[in-house]
Unconditional design. Structure first.
Length: 303
């Protein structure tokens, strides 16, 4: 039987844990990983933002229910986290936040305002005036390719271009493998934050048409200050298990720089550029499941 307690606010949680080769169950109210020898390892699921299950894991209904009740996102990923197969949404988004997000995304003028705010946040300068979304996407692409080349030169890593093929991952060069691992770590963290704040991962602005479009939008805001340099640093160090080292570096970096604490306020800041007032929650809406001790913009909604 699990003791009831107040959920930990999303911004105060640890980022993520990867699990493999074991059965995940609930014992004495706690989540445990049981390996082939019967050794039980407790997982502090209530203090995590995201739980990544690699090949070789099995999880019970009770374990999934426990993770959902404490607001921990579960993702089923490929080996090393290089591919996301599915995700268990911890509760669901609130209709007031969904309507707000959808209104901004469906109006071309409002969507452009949000994209311009993303550009300014990412590159620390105002985007060129009187540019369409497609033109801004093209400008962003050029700047991103330049950033990759600069990091490659800085770390002495051979660089061709960014490639990601989940069906042929092993045959890619080390830097592309490490970049894929690093970005998927960031995607997991951003998706957990987006869901906790009550928004929909699929309703994007610069990215559209994919189940994680908004996740890619938000991850891009932090990618080049966090995970991309890590991938180049790991490859330059020539360690024996670069993909594993990349994951560990990302986990430690997220914790060191309090990235989880920054993501949700940044979402609010970016969407506010549209100039639309957030609608009030319906009187019959579910209350906030992961409240903050004080109002900081980290809504932590689950409905």
């Amino acid at each position: 039987m699990r003791l009831e307690s107040n959920p930990i606010p999303m911004k105060e949680r640890s980022t993520m844990v990867w699990l493999q080769y074991g059965n995940i169950d609930v014992q004495d109210g706690a989540l445990v990983l049981i390996d082939k020898d019967g050794v039980r390892t407790q997982i502090p699921v209530g203090g995590l933002a995201c739980l990544m299950l690699e090949p070789g894991t099995r999880i019970t209904h009770g374990a999934v229910a426990l993770a959902a009740s404490v607001g921990c996102l579960i993702q089923w990923v490929g080996e090393g986290g290089v591919r996301v197969y599915s995700a268990g949404q911890p509760g669901g988004a609130r209709s007031d936040r969904l309507l707000y997000q959808a209104k901004l995304a469906l109006d071309d003028d409002l969507r452009l305002k949000v994209i311009r705010a993303m550009y300014k946040f990412r590159f620390k300068e105002e985007p060129p005036a009187r540019r369409s979304i497609e033109q801004l996407r093209g400008i962003e692409g050029v700047r991103v390719r330049t950033l990759y080349k600069m990091l490659a030169q800085e770390h002495g890593v051979e660089w061709g271009r960014r490639e990601y093929d989940p069906d042929d991952f092993a045959d890619q060069d080390p830097i592309n493998r490490c970049l894929s691992v690093a970005t998927h770590c960031l995607y997991g963290l951003c998706e957990a934050a987006i869901l906790a704040a009550g928004y929909a991962p699929a309703i994007g602005f610069l990215h559209t048409g994919k189940p994680l479009s908004f996740v890619y939008d938000i991850a891009d805001l932090f990618k080049f200050e966090t995970v991309v340099p890590i991938a180049f640093k790991v490859v330059a160090s020539n360690r024996g298990e670069p993909e594993r080292e990349t994951r560990l570096y990302c986990r430690n970096s997220f914790r060191k720089h309090n990235l989880l604490e920054r993501i949700i306020p940044t979402i609010e800041e970016i969407l506010a550029a549209g100039g639309v007032t957030v609608p009030k929650a319906h009187e019959e809406a579910m209350p906030i499941a992961i409240p903050n001790k004080e109002q900081t913009g980290d809504a932590g909604h689950r409905a």
